[in-house]
Ligand binder design. Structure first.
Ligand SMILES: O=C(O)CCC(=O)C(=O)O
Length: 268
């Protein structure tokens, strides 16, 4: 086991609260500088009218992102949550430029995703230093233990998501503020209630979400037909999902416009 393996206490904390912070840095400041320096090459592939939010599942076509989602240091952390057999199936950017009004409404990821059983963890990789001043994420500790909660269409038009939780279901004052340095990650459970406010600061707030699931988790191809599973660790003893092919280009985008799981979930 490498030094990135989670301790018993960290696993217990995650089980109780549905998130984990204070993890060892995945990328050094110098490595993160290099990764950030390459990001414009990916953004340059966006078409008119698209935003960074449209970079979904491009790890399937860009070795730049594939190397990140396949990073063994990240996999050590994920293994501590999901066990020995798991795959990666999604990656997407949440970038808030300086003075961006854009928010993320309170939600549970699992509400959107046509996947069962619930055994998915998100790794949120900070491309910038992230805190309460530039729209860092907040979670409600322990909210993952209450099952799926009722969502409604977002009423707050600044939210980049189409659904959000109804008010009064939880106390916002219970929220824990995430603070990360560039190159660090947080983990959260797919049922953990979370959100992020606007970025009124002069600092960019960029993060890459990477989603990993245990091999026993099946995606409903009727809802998300482009789903591809990339085995990260162990064996796929169930063969429930189509396997992805590793990319060959440094920067490339999928031929199809990847379906937004948020939109698919909202339409159900
Ligand atoms: O980056 C954010 O502010 C929100 C990320 C998020 O909603 C997610 O990881 O599901």
């Amino acid at each position: 086991m490498g030094s990135f393996a989670l301790s018993k206490e960290q696993k217990e904390f995650y089980g109780q609260y549905g998130y984990l912070l204070g993890l060892p840095r995945i990328y050094t400041p110098r490595e993160m500088e290099r990764i950030n320096a390459e990001l414009p090459r990916l953004l340059a592939l966006l078409r008119p009218g698209e935003t960074a939010k449209d970079i979904r599942e491009w790890h399937e076509t860009s070795t730049y992102l594939f190397e990140i989602v396949m990073n063994p240091r990240i996999h050590d952390l994920v293994e501590g949550i999901l066990g020995p057999n798991f795959y990666c199936w999604a990656s997407s950017f949440f970038i808030k430029e300086p003075f961006s009004q854009s928010t993320v409404g309170w939600h549970q990821d699992a509400y959107y995703w046509p996947m069962a059983p619930h055994h998915t963890v998100t790794v949120w990789l900070a491309f910038d230093d992230v805190d309460e001043e530039n729209g860092g994420m907040k979670v409600i500790p322990g909210s993952h233990l209450h099952g799926l909660l009722k969502h409604r269409r977002s009423v707050e038009t600044t939210s980049v998501l189409t659904l959000e939780l109804e008010t009064g279901i939880f106390q916002e004052s219970d929220a824990v503020q995430f603070r990360l340095k560039a190159g660090e990650v947080s983990l959260h459970d797919d049922r953990c209630v979370h959100s992020s406010p606007a970025n009124p600061s002069a600092r960019r707030r960029a993060g890459l979400t990477i989603r990993y699931s245990g091999t026993e988790v099946k995606n409903d191809l009727g809802v998300n037909p482009n789903f591809k599973a990339y085995l990260c660790r162990g064996v796929d003893e169930f063969h429930l999902n189509p396997a992805g092919t590793p990319p060959v280009e440094r920067y490339g985008r999928p031929a199809f416009s990847a379906i937004s799981i948020e939109e698919a979930g909202a339409a159900r």
